[in-house]
Design a protein around this ligand. Sequence first.
Ligand code: AMP
Ligand code: MG
Length: 419
Amino acid sequence: MAQLSDDCFAHGGKLMTTAEALALLEEKLQCITETETISVVETLSRVLAEDIISPCNVPPHDNSAVDGYAVYFDDLGTTSETILQISDRITAGSHVREKLRKGTAARIFTGAPMPFGADTVLMQEDCKLKGTDEVSIPVGIKSGSNRRFAGEDVEKGAVILHAGRTVRPQDMGLISAVGISTIKVRKPLRVAFFSTGDELRNPGTPLESGQVYDSNRYTINGLLNNLGCHVTDLGILPDTPDLIHKALERTIDQYDLVLTSGGVSVGEEDHVKQVVESLGSLHAWRLAIKPGRPIALGQIGSTAFVGLPGNPVAVIVTFSNFVRPLINLLSGAENTTPKTFPVVAAFSHKKKKDRKEWVRVHLKENLEGHWEAHKYPKEGAGILSSVCHSDGFAVLSEELLSIQPGDLISYLPFNEVAL
Ligand code: AMP
Ligand code: MG
């Protein structure tokens, strides 16, 4: 099995921009997952391990796009209606016909193979039946109308989907349309995670004074599932170095990636960093972002390690922007840049220079019919509801100092980053 390169998360320790951090991940990380061959119905959200080449044309034969009458265009009059004898009846699933008799029409149905020679199909609504075996065809139809060509959707031999593609419902349809029933995909990345903090309690249990419910594990679980990972929830760990050590030791070589939240800051009760260092290697990435710092990346045995911040919104921002691409790279998924769109800001906002910010916004259509971004009124890194009641992030680049209503800003929809 492929392995991470030695100490691949090392860097000089300097403050990093988002672009530098992403370039480093792209440079150092490679796919480590094995492959398996599975049935197409099981492939939703799985990553293709090889290009898929179509063994046939889709559609396989020229066919009619409507219910109507197939004719030779050059049999039709240009100044008055044409009366043709109906010499054939072709339903969907019929064998392909030898040839349509010249000067006649074939009654034909949607998807039925075109008879050889015929090049045009009239919609039945535009024609008049005369008795039972003649049809009157009006002038004005264009040559080739309503005829679908063999291979116009997919040509035999074409690559229909490339390796690295994360399979979507329409892809499952397309793979089936070319007649393929099993395909080679990547095995899901095995990811385990736990929360750290003496104050954390599981939902469903009583809360005592000074305690809070753990939310990060549930957010992280959902994010990992959205990325198609094989997920293991390892629960909550107290701020006790020994216990963190024992728990992390048990994960070595058992998972491809271990994630934690909390405990990677510089407080005396932040023990995760030292423990990972004692078991393997760890590098604090000082990212010029808000919210989000700090995050730590390392390796314990063959297992990659990412320590996320504790604050719930910081978890979401660091996961969606850094862990998501990291997971894509390790799982062999195409690592495309999330698409952002320009929208008009309906808020004012001040920020520090040289730091990228992700402001939670929802979109509303203004009177001119344009989408406007409205900032969620509360902003802290602990305000998890700000993410639930928003549609996406306003991504404010390093050089910006302030936003005024009416400014064009870059909008990142949540679904671009697995949220
Ligand atoms: P830490 O990074 O451990 O100092 O935590 C920063 C803040 O995030 C503190 O207010 C913690 O209580 C909070 N926090 C840490 N982990 C979680 C969690 N799993 N769920 C909810 N809040 C958390
Ligand atoms: Mg803590």
